[in-house]
Design a protein around this ligand. Structure first.
Ligand SMILES: *Cc1c(COP(=O)(O)O)cnc(C)c1O
Length: 222
């Protein structure tokens, strides 16, 4: 199956209101171009340098979503063009994105990453840390970032019930955060969850942005 065929297969299953981030990390420009030809415009990358090189050489109407672990010293390289940053997991990072967005003369869409897996390797705010950060309200002074929703990664396990529980938890937590801090907001509406092996479960639990890589582009070579 070609990239275009895989992509069409994933898109055909997407309910209205769910968008696909095609995760192209470690894959060459040619693979992205093939997906672009079929109409895909949102691509996800996890290394700033790699994403920036791709941004510079590929069509400018691509929306680049940064889905990797964020390092504050790299934010400045993507601030001029990045469409959405999925992995904000400290107030400090949010403030740094704001600072770089001011310099770039932009407002950058961000998602708060919430730790929902039973794995120590994953990043994210714990739900309590996120509540604490939002309750402090300092974020309201950050005029150049827009908090558009939440992001999470389920445990990497074959136990599908556990994965469903983790997505269900994030979905309920999203509603809590929305009603507590963003009830007047029209932009807090994204729930980024679901990857190649679990996006069906994520959609069933209310995902609005799925991040699918290997199912479209094939296995990555690290
Ligand atoms: C790599 C990655 C994905 C895509 O993973 P696949 O299993 O290849 O679909 C999704 N989200 C994040 C945060 C990733 O790092």
């Amino acid at each position: 199956m070609s990239v275009a065929d895989n992509l069409k297969q994933v898109l055909a299953e997407l309910p209205k209101g769910v968008r696909l981030v095609a995760v192209s990390k470690y894959h060459p420009n040619e693979a992205i171009e093939e997906a672009y030809q079929t109409g895909q415009r949102i691509f996800g990358e996890s290394k700033v340098q790699e994403m920036t090189a791709k941004y510079e050489s590929l069509p400018k109407d691509i929306e680049w979503h940064f889905i990797g672990h964020l390092q504050s010293n790299k934010i400045k390289y993507m601030a001029p063009y990045v469409s959405m940053i999925h992995g904000i997991d400290t107030y400090k990072l949010l403030a740094e994105v704001n600072k770089q967005a001011v310099k770039a003369g932009r407002v950058i869409d961000c998602l708060l990453q919430i730790y929902i897996a039973r794995e120590e390797t994953k990043f994210g705010f714990t739900p309590a840390e996120c509540r604490e950060m939002l309750a402090d309200e300092a974020w309201k002074g950050l005029t150049h970032v827009r908090i558009c929703g939440l992001m999470g990664m389920a445990s990497n396990t074959n136990n599908i019930e556990q994965v469903k529980q983790e997505f269900c938890f994030l979905s309920e937590y999203f509603e809590e955060v929305k009603s507590t801090w963003f009830s007047d907001s029209t932009t807090f509406c994204e729930l980024s969850m679901g990857m190649s092996h679990d996006y069906h479960e994520a959609i069933a639990e209310g995902s609005t942005l799925i991040r699918v890589g290997s199912k479209i582009f094939g296995e990555r070579i690290y």
